[in-house]
Design a protein. Sequence first.
Length: 332
Amino acid sequence: MCTMYDYIIRQPEILQSVLDRKESWIGVFGSLLENRPIQRVVYTGSGTSQHVSQAAAMLTEKYLPLDARACLPALLAGGKIRKPQETLVVGISQSGNSISTLQALDHAKKQGCATLAFSLEADSPLVNLCDAWMPLVCQRELVPPETQGYTAAILEWILAIRHAAGFSTDVTDEIAALPDVIRQAEGFVQEHLPELLQAPKITVTGSGLHWVTAMEGALKMRECLRKAVMREETEELSHLADLAFNQDDLLVAVMQTDRDAQTVELVLQITDHVLVLEAGGQDLDLIRMVIPFQLAAALGACRLGIDTSRYPYDIENISHSEKFLFRESSRK
């Protein structure tokens, strides 16, 4: 059985498979936009899928003349959608069984919105509910914390949106460079792992597209290390950093802009425990920059004696319409 670490290390292979199979998914999003009078796109999903939604919304507005936003499923299901005939609602769920996402898409469809499912299985409840399906082509993850599902989803949405806008979808060189990215990231994490594990509180920050990286990175570490890991958008952090940190707290900053650097300098006046990850401005940096956080989660959990391959509780699952895919394996 694959461990979380195995899934992380295999991401170059998985993402190459996404590219190799792109004819099966890359045109679905664009076709919906061409065939309907769509003026806005609403992306919705929970947890890691919400982070994919945030990235997809920002990329949509970057490349296409459309309004786009990400909305939590519970908020979407409880509100009125204006001009539904001009709105495409995209439900993102790796399993296709997220109860809140299903409720949000059902609500959107009843109001007259076009709907698109983005999930693994062709016969999932989400796909059966929606007008169209854009397949997530990664493997099933049989461990609780999702890693390759996130990076595969990010890659697909980058390319699907670029394709719809008529931009290049050739990312062969970027995918070929990922094994080196993973090796460098693992070296960084191993060097700083004691500091990460000793910190009483960890804050992860990023701005722009890398606010998405910060959210996903913090989620992975919190799921696996089971300690206080918070996330703050960098500009927001600059307004509270002088009060929110103690000298033993740790900041992990995805740094891209001058404002990011200024915020890091502010925090350094309070604590020496600051780790900086230098980010670029390319779309695929969304994949490159999340890998250190994934590895920190997996390697840190291993050091703490936490088995991320096993679901630790025997409790009812209230967020999905069936048992998690990994539960059968976790009990063996």
